[in-house]
Design a protein around this ligand. Structure first.
Ligand SMILES: Cc1cc2nc3c(=O)[nH]c(=O)nc-3n(C[C@H](O)[C@H](O)[C@H](O)COP(=O)(O)O)c2cc1C
Length: 369
């Protein structure tokens, strides 16, 4: 059944299954590709808490065929992650075709083209968001990939390079004509980086222009209310969530529940937060050697402290994680009911000096290397 945009504006139908080419998703809530974060540990937890499709961090298509340890770790996944997508970066149609073929051979369910990364080291090679300056090239890349594989090929774009050169509609049209089965739009320009806000009016215009294509909206969905209002406003087929899931894999089920029932699920208890922190740490241990596991854990543990008392002090502690004992100390002292009730006492007992400076916002914690 095709659901019209008007019908979709009632709360009940905003949440629905989604078909992307041959891939059937149980619901229309997706996890973004996020370098440094959307590894298997984050993906598994988001999956368990309601994300219907998860993506790897961007992996360079050209490197995929090489026995490069970093690339293999970026492109590995566990069976329970299915359906799982890989996001490829690259600007050469040969590399992208070959990358798609390898990705399909690795068992990925979907392959996405990165046309949104604004990092200089990526754009200077005419990759990432730089692809938007050449829609015809986007068309050639997608066409070659679509011909090479039977899994769906998709693309993630920004609005354009600058405010003066917004062309997401054109790029999306070209991509869909070339066979892309889904277009995700992050409603910022490359020039904006992560500043300002995602422009959902523009996203709505693109969805309206590409009415038959699957269009996913992205940017600044941090709560069930955000998801509902953005979906209503734009008529998109689903939302993709990035930063709102950092230290918060529960966001997907929370959104689904709100869209379905109009009420909020209770947030995770402090015990659930502690257990989830430990699980995140354990899975990181299965994908990285110990030193990397602890370096990555510094950032991940910081995300999980959001909303806890004296989070700035806890984050300072998290930045020093070097050993398993540090993770256990953090979790067992501060992710506890006792800490939530009597934070100053627990900090004093643990020998951590309370920092009274206000909480930084999540954006300040998020940097793409
Ligand atoms: C630290 C960081 C890393 C990111 N890495 C990627 C990436 O590898 N591929 C990609 O398409 N987008 C990447 N993005 C962009 C996100 O997928 C998403 O489009 C953006 O953060 C806006 O959505 P949000 O407000 O839900 O986070 C990254 C964003 C951040 C903050």
């Amino acid at each position: 059944m095709v659901i019209s945009v008007d019908e979709k504006t009632s709360v009940g139908t905003l949440l629905h299954p989604l078909r992307i080419g041959s891939l059937e998703l149980r619901r229309n809530l997706l996890l973004s590709p996020i370098c440094g974060v959307s590894n298997s540990a984050h993906r598994i937890l988001c999956k368990e808490h309601g994300a219907a499709l998860v993506f790897t961090e961007m992996t360079k298509a050209k490197m995929l065929g090489e026995e490069n340890e970093k690339t293999l770790s970026l492109a590995s996944y566990f069976p329970e992650e299915h359906p799982v997508g890989i996001q490829l970066g690259g600007g050469d149609p040969d590399d992208m075709e070959e990358g798609a073929r390898i990705a399909e051979g690795m068992g990925f369910d979907i392959v996405d083209v990165n046309s949104g990364c604004p990092a200089r080291k990526v754009t200077k090679q005419l990759e990432g968001v730089a692809l938007m300056s050449d829609p015809a090239l986007v068309g050639r890349i997608i066409e070659r990939m679509v011909r090479a594989v039977s899994i769906p090929v998709t693309i993630k774009v920004r609005l354009g390079l600058t405010h003066e050169s917004i062309n997401a509609k054109e790029v999306a049209r070209v991509a869909v004509s070339a066979g892309a089965k889904m277009v995700t739009i992050h409603g910022r320009t490359a020039q904006q980086g992560y500043s300002g806000t995602s422009d959902w009016e523009r996203i709505a215009e693109i969805k309206a222009a590409l009415c038959d294509a699957i269009v996913i909206g992205n940017g600044d969905v941090r709560s069930p209310e955000d998801a509902k209002s953005r979906m209503k406003q734009s008529g998109v087929d689903g939302v993709m969530i990035g930063r709102g899931s950092f230290g918060n894999p529960w966001i997907f089920d929370q959104i689904a529940h709100y869209l379905e029932h109009g009420t909020h699920l209770p947030g995770p208890t402090i015990d659930e937060r502690r257990e989830t922190l430990f699980r995140h740490y354990e899975i990181l241990g299965q994908i990285y050697e110990e030193r990397t596991q602890h370096i990555v854990m510094r950032r991940i543990a910081s995300y999980y402290t959001q909303g806890l008392p004296f989070a700035t002090s806890l984050r300072r502690f998290a930045q020093k994680i070097r050993l398993a004992e540090d993770v256990h100390f953090l979790a067992n002292n501060f992710f506890t009911a006792e800490f939530v009730e009597r934070p100053r006492e627990v900090l004093a007992k643990a020998g951590v000096v309370p920092d009274e400076t206000p909480e930084p916002c999540e954006d300040e914690l998020a940097t793409c290397s």
